[in-house]
Write a protein that binds this ligand. Structure first.
Ligand code: AP5
Length: 215
């Protein structure tokens, strides 16, 4: 099963793709995470993308398409994958169609997480993650069971993303509406677009996803 999660920054793509990965044994391909790893490694690619991400702009289509091509053709994607953060432009969506065809694979569902812009800044500014294992938390909506201790690995160190500040978030939102929202009609005409209410609580959103995948 191959899926795309579409939605604005803070819609819950990362949260739900973790759940989908664990529940359906799929590979999670989160381009933001892959780029942040590259940035932290100090590689040439990492140094190049670090500044772009911090500004809230999009990394070039060429870089993203080559990066995803490698991931999709890897044996670890054989059981299926969830794309979180890709495609983000029409050119990326068209390139994805071509590479899937070459690999003899297809998309089963493209699922939109529908969330009003007004609540996204609050979601993003309250977000943090475990510095050791990356498990995601939120100051209000998803707290660790024991304050200050990661539920997944027991670490007591947490971090916040550099691009999670109000001015960068509004640039990322503008970019979403201009460049990524046009993908909704692109996939709707192919009959594979579904939507869930991303304003609902985390468990309810997972339940809606489960219903789509079971249909
Ligand atoms: P990326 O890392 O993909 O960021 P994004 O799309 O802006 O999405 P986020 O990670 O901010 O949000 P999310 O939807 O995953 O929400 P989350 O689950 O964390 O990309 C970063 C940058 O990389 C881009 O700006 C760009 O520069 C570059 N890039 C990446 N891909 C690219 C591409 N293809 N082309 C070009 N450039 C690219 O949830 C947010 C918070 O809300 C969490 O704290 C969570 O606990 C909480 N939450 C989640 N769901 C709920 C809920 N239902 N109710 C209440 N709280 C919730």
């Amino acid at each position: 099963m191959n899926l795309i999660l579409l939605g604005p920054p803070g819609a819950g793509k990362g949260t739900q793709s973790d759940w989908l990965r664990d529940t359906y044994n799929l590979r999670k391909l989160a381009t933001g995470d892959i780029l942040r790893e590259a940035a932290a490694s100090g590689s040439d690619l990492g140094n190049h993308v670090k500044e772009i991400m911090a500004s809230g702009k999009l990394v070039s289509d060429d870089i993203m398409i080559n990066l995803i091509r490698e991931c999709i053709s890897a044996p670890s994607s054989a059981n299926g994958f969830i794309l979180d953060g890709f495609p983000r432009t029409l050119a990326q969506a068209e390139a994805l169609d071509t590479m899937l065809k070459e690999e003899g694979k297809k998309l089963n569902h493209v699922i939109e997480l529908e969330v009003d812009d007004a609540i996204l800044v609050g979601r993003i500014s309250g977000r943090y993650s475990c510095a050791k294992c990356g498990a995601g938390y939120h100051d209000d909506y998803r707290k660790p069971a024991k304050v200050g201790v990661c539920d997944s690995c027991g670490s007591v160190e947490f971090s916040r993303r550099e691009d999670d500040n109000a001015s960068t978030v509004s640039k990322r939102l503008e970019g979403y509406h201009a460049m990524t929202a046009p993908l909704l009609p692109y996939y709707e005409t192919r009959g594979i677009l579904k939507s869930v209410d991303g304003m609902a609580g985390i468990d309810e959103v997972s339940r809606q996803l489960k219903a789509i995948l079971a249909a």
